[in-house]
Design a protein around this ligand. Sequence first.
Ligand code: ZN
Length: 160
Amino acid sequence: MTSETRLPAATLPPKATSESAFEAAYAAARKSSSEGGIPIGAALARNGVVIASGHNERVQNGDPIAHGEMSALRAAGRQRSYRDTTLYTTLAPCAMCTGTIIQFKIPRVVVGEARTFPGEFELLRSRGVEVIVLDDQRCVDMMREFQDTSPDLWAEDIAE
Ligand SMILES: [Zn+2]
């Protein structure tokens, strides 16, 4: 048993990553996978508190724009400002999602993994977005399995 003390989310230091927000993104990815969809999930959080989560909906809704990040942002609805938010995502954001992150002025992105897809970290960082990569093995395994079993669907999602 550990004696680690967990701070209430509201008192998390601004730089801390929220384990619960990342787990919400991961759970959304697993949900999509269980539905036969693409296993990529995301969550938007403010001060460590999840506002909304979402997952890729290309298969479920026939929506090519509904990447995990886009679905989470849609689910979060209107926000007056994103400057105090962090976007969590299981996979490195593509160019479309990166553009949205920049447009909405989301200052920080926490990424599960970037081994199976490199994403657009250079572009994000060039626009002042802080990028944190967790290199979560569960996310790597989830994507590798998906890419191996559904190569055509994966190619479609990244426009390859
Ligand atoms: Zn995307």
